[in-house]
Design a binder for this molecule. Structure first.
Ligand code: TMP
Length: 237
């Protein structure tokens, strides 16, 4: 399938049309942003790592019964995906307290929850992605009730798969953000990416943060951390 015109350039990815309207090509950049775009930088080689890692997870999750947008990795930065209409929702699953959860409720990071939690925010840069519940999402017309129930079910299933994957590699999956879309047949597919940009990953031995928090909070060693998770996930850097 041939790459055609640039459809959209986001903060960390470019999306191209192809000669088939049912498919898109996603191209991963090394750009990094945080604080809703207020902090910007570059993480050398990140696009390659995120492309590879995300594709690995999409294929693993397909095997576990979760439909995804993944079709084929084209080269180190580009992947062919099914075109979906993205629900303007960030779906966040958490196993331990960290980030905005710890801040919002005034608790320390690293407290394990008795059971995984899920939350949603409305993808809207101007409003800075406010939190919403499932009733609000339906009230705003962002999705239907059954759709959000499916999204929730997939969210917890994905958590179980990813938690197991990382645990085998000596890493605790603290939390992650995913996005879903709908194809023309109305099927809900996991879309966007799953990578150290969108997950919190802590080394089980040392507690070291091996994810984008190193960039968000200027902890240093960002490229090394991405390289380390890539090595553990795929056995290569
Ligand atoms: P938070 O604690 O800042 O709400 O983040 C929870 C998880 O979601 C964390 O793994 C980072 C990820 N995340 C994104 O990938 N994109 C975002 O825009 C936000 C707010 C969080």
């Amino acid at each position: 399938m041939k790459k055609q015109k640039l459809l959209y350039e986001g903060k960390v990815k470019k999306v191209y049309e192809t000669d088939d309207p049912a498919f898109l090509i996603v191209s991963y950049k090394d750009d990094a942003t945080a604080q809703n775009g207020h902090k910007r930088g570059t993480i050398e080689g990140k696009g390659i790592i995120n492309n590879k890692m995300s594709n690995l997870f999409m294929q693993e999750l397909e095997k576990a019964g979760i439909p995804t947008h993944f079709v084929k990795e084209l080269n180190e930065r580009e992947t062919l995906v099914k075109k979906v209409s993205i629900f303007p929702l960030e779906v966040i699953v958490r196993n331990l307290s960290a980030g905005s959860f710890a801040k919002r409720y005034g608790i320390a990071e690293g407290i394990p929850f008795p059971a995984a939690t899920i939350e949603f925010s409305y993808k809207n840069d101007a409003l800075e992605d406010p939190l919403l519940n499932t009733y609000h999402a339906v009230a705003l017309g962002l999705c239907e009730q059954e759709e959000i129930e499916t999204i929730k079910r997939y969210g917890f299933m994905i958590n179980e798969e990813l938690k197991r994957f990382w645990d085998k590699r000596g890493i605790t999956l603290v939390d992650f953000k995913i996005e879903f879309g709908k194809d023309t047949a109305g099927r809900i597919l996991l879309a966007d990416e799953i990578s150290p940009d969108t997950c919190r990953l802590w080394d089980q031995k040392t507690g070291k943060k091996l994810d984008k928090d190193r960039f968000r909070h200027d902890l240093g060693g960002v490229e090394e951390a991405y390289g380390e998770v890539m090595k553990r996930a795929c056995g290569q850097v």
